[in-house]
Design a protein around this ligand. Structure first.
Ligand code: TMP
Length: 209
């Protein structure tokens, strides 16, 4: 009769500084959810495969220069262009584990000196995550991890500013961007997370990577 009996998927976002361990924790979480028999996919922003994503990628690798406001809006546009597909996936019961989302958008651009409220504005109306997991790591520790890859933002002094803005967003528990924010210390301790979503209890731990 066309009525889906499957529960909606969960939108789970991982946030943190560059080299904070988001990528490895995302795959760990994916295996965990699949192991429970849930349908899940790994996504990331920026999505460099779209035409907007290619402009972002060329900016990040210093092949092109853009005004700070312009690149901010491109990052946001890159989330907007994926909104309907995200919505479809979630509706059909697939959970999405997303490596970076609006928190990155606001923290990185604010750290460059743009007004934080101006930075938040284009994010309004995007899908709000059910869970944001913030991987907390000292900027110095992150910098030690195999070195940065040389992209535009991968500099210790800048990452320290980004960390300060992430802190501001968490303190404000930015409403648009998440109901539950869990802070996981990747460099020190195990973080245990339990999340009741659509009647299903997700309970997992993220280990130091
Ligand atoms: P990545 O290394 O996770 O692909 O992210 C690329 C860089 O882009 C990273 O330094 C964080 C930054 N970024 C923003 O400045 N704004 C955004 O909206 C996103 C998603 C990433």
């Amino acid at each position: 009769n066309g009525v889906s009996t499957e529960a909606r998927g969960a939108l789970i976002v991982l946030e943190g500084l560059d080299r904070s361990g988001k990528t490895s924790q995302s795959s760990r979480l994916l295996s965990y959810l699949e192991g429970l028999g849930h349908s899940a996919e790994l996504w990331r922003f920026p999505d460099r495969t779209t035409s907007v994503g290619k402009m972002i990628s060329s900016y990040l690798s210093n092949e092109s220069q853009l005004d700070d406001h312009t690149i901010h809006l491109l990052f946001s546009a890159n989330r907007w262009e994926k909104k309907s597909l995200m919505e479809e996936k979630l509706k059909s019961g697939t959970s999405l584990i997303v490596d970076r989302y609006s928190y990155s958008g606001v923290a990185f651009s604010s750290a460059k000196g743009l007004d934080i409220d101006w930075c938040k504005a284009p994010e309004i109306g995007l899908l709000a995550p059910d869970l944001v997991i913030y991987l907390n790591i000292l900027p110095e520790k992150a910098a030690e991890r195999g070195g940065y890859g040389g992209e535009r933002y991968e500099k210790l002094e800048f990452q320290k500013k980004v960390a300060a803005y992430y802190q501001i967003l968490r303190d404000a528990s930015w409403k648009v961007m998440g109901k539950d924010i869990y802070i996981v210390h990747t460099d020190r301790q195990e973080g245990n997370i339990s999340l009741l979503f659509s009647g299903v209890l997700f309970s997992f731990s993220l280990l130091p990577s």
